[in-house]
Design a protein around this ligand. Structure first.
Ligand code: KIV
Ligand code: ZN
Length: 537
């Protein structure tokens, strides 16, 4: 995939693969599909939809995205072995534009300690895996993992092998976020000199943010000749994360006169993409985060405010509207009808009809009855909340909580199980939220511990919708999945995340907790069946 314009930079989004590897994130297929569709609206060129061999859930999500998302290239990740590559191909083959991305470390640290192999073996494996991928798919990307800590002459040999076998993109991974911009650029420049064939394919950057340099390194890579940037929304990913997609887009856009590169991004979709990913992953965006933080366009000091009032350009280098930060307008009121809701949702990019519209309308009415104004941000929050509803198999039927500062709060809850039975439980806790969470444990018989709990408001104002994120850890995963082979999971830490939106934050907390519990149980079940499979002779 080489664009006509030599200065066009391809955006390769790995939110659903590297981003999803962040601790505590567990997206279901519907959520991943929604993110992929939003990335398409944002105009990314390639979506790395997941790591198909990692789990049946990953496979299903990648295949669904490959079948349903039109426009971008859909990429599946595979280690350099035959079963990974076959599985990746199975998952992406129905896409109109499939890509297999295979990777293998070239650094001696990885070869010796992790792969426990030799440079010769790495060359052989790289050759075999790229050849296998190429026999299945025209579009093949190869990444020398930990490239920036590798001997460059050896990396060049492996890259040449990948090119000889037909790789169409070569991705230089700064896997541990160690390089500085000048080193990263020099690495790429030298690689071009050692492997002239690289001029015939796309060179790509993949930079981690351990030293806070992911975006700077990626841009240095582009200046050295790379024309694909791998990045993730809100910069999520392993450890400190990946280069932030929104920062890269706005850097290339705002400083275009200086840098001279273009992308296919629709910048006004940035804010919505960021909110969607934050909401579905449960990863909050820090208020001062560049481009998408709550304060990214807010001026606090009197001197700055004075300057902006007189002339925007005194303290503003970008217009908030250019990243889509004007979505907080009032769109609907208490008396708005179904057609108005449908239109408002369509304006937000969600086309729904029939039963879905009916359900969304009921939800909207509930909120509109309690809240004076329903903004675009509220609607967005409600629609994303609907995506999560009950997919994990557990749902909250009702709850009651008695709270006072004169005696410990007491909660009773009813939870519907995946087997469609309704279980009740009660608990007297330290606070109303604690009482509810423990009452849910008591109802379901699942021993879970709260690991993270966060409450945010979707918009400002007293009647704002509350958004709650919860991460739980299962105390006894085997018990939770009612395994008949106890012990397989012993020692494994299984966590699950859940989010919910409601006008009442206690209700949002209870729903988020039930969802987190369901996610954790599903994860434990998947780990268990993999362990059972591994034990099968
Ligand atoms: O960081 C890394 O090296 C990766 C590879 C799979 C490209 O994510
Ligand atoms: Zn990575």
């Amino acid at each position: 995939m080489t664009p006509e314009d030599p200065n066009r930079v391809l955006l390769f989004d790995t939110t659903l693969r590297d981003g999803e590897q962040s601790p505590g994130i567990s997206l279901n297929t519907a959520e991943k599909l929604e993110i992929a569709q939003q990335l398409t609206r944002l105009g990314v060129d390639i979506i790395e939809a997941g790591f198909p061999i990692a789990s049946p859930g990953d496979f299903d999500a990648v295949r669904t995205i490959a079948r349903e998302v039109e426009g971008p290239v859909i990429c599946g990740l595979a280690r350099a072995n035959a079963s990974d590559i076959d599985r990746a191909w199975e998952a992406i083959r129905d896409s109109e534009r499939p890509r297999i991305h295979t990777f293998l470390s070239t650094s001696d640290i990885h070869i010796e300690h992790q792969l426990q192999s030799t440079r010769e073996d790495v060359k052989g494996l790289a050759r075999a895996s790229v050849a296998q991928a190429k026999a299945l798919c025209d579009d093949v990307e190869y990444s020398p993992m930990d490239a920036t800590r590798s001997d460059i002459e050896f990396t060049a040999e492996v890259v040449q092998i990948a090119l000889d076998e037909g790789a169409t993109t070569i991705n230089i991974a700064d896997t541990v976020g160690y390089a500085t911009p000048d080193e990263y650029a020099a690495f790429l420049t030298r690689l071009y000199a050692l492997v002239p064939d690289l001029h015939g394919v796309v060179l790509s950057t993949h930079c981690h943010d351990d030293l806070g340099l992911a975006v700077a390194n990626s841009i240095a890579g582009v200046q050295a000749g790379a024309r694909q940037i791998e990045c993730a929304v809100n910069g999520i990913g392993e450890r400190a994360g990946n280069a932030a997609l929104e920062e890269l887009i706005m850097l290339l856009h705002t400083r275009r006169a200086h840098l001279g590169y273009t992308t296919g991004a629709v910048t006004t979709e940035i804010a919505r993409t960021s909110r969607l990913v934050s909401r579905l992953t449960g990863y909050a965006v820090q208020p001062n985060k560049a481009i998408v933080g709550r304060n990214a366009f807010a001026h606090e000091s009197g001197i700055h405010q004075d300057g902006v009032l007189k002339e925007r350009s005194t303290y503003e280098i970008m217009d908030a509207r250019s990243v889509g930060l004007d979505a907080n307008s009032l769109v609907l009121g208490k008396h708005s009808g179904r057609a108005a809701l449908r239109q408002a949702l369509e304006d937000l990019g969600y086309t729904i009809d029939g039963a879905q519209l009916k359900q969304a309308f009921e939800r909207f009415k509930e909120v509109a009855d309690r809240k004076k104004q329903v903004t675009a941000l509220d609607l967005e929050a409600l629609v994303t909340d609907e995506l999560r509803a009950d997919v994990q198999g557990y749902s909250l039927e009702w709850f009651e909580v008695e709270a006072s500062n004169r005696r410990p709060p007491h909660a009773t809850v009813a939870v519907r199980t995946p087997q469609d039975t309704v279980l009740e439980g009660s608990f007297t806790g330290d606070g109303p939220v604690d009482a509810i969470f423990r009452a849910i444990n008591s109802a379901t018989g699942i021993d879970a511990r709260l690991r993270e709990f966060r409450v945010d408001a979707v918009t400002g104002g007293q009647d704002a919708l509350g958004e709650v994120s919860v991460v739980v850890e299962l105390g006894a995963p085997e018990e939770a999945v009612k395994s008949d082979t106890p012990g397989v999971l012993t020692g494994a830490r299984v966590t699950g995340a859940g989010q919910a939106v409601a006008t009442d934050i206690i209700e949002a907390a209870a729903i988020a907790y039930v969802r987190a519990l369901g996610n954790a149980v599903n994860k434990a079940r998947a780990v268990l069946s993999e362990a059972e499979l591994a034990q099968t002779p």
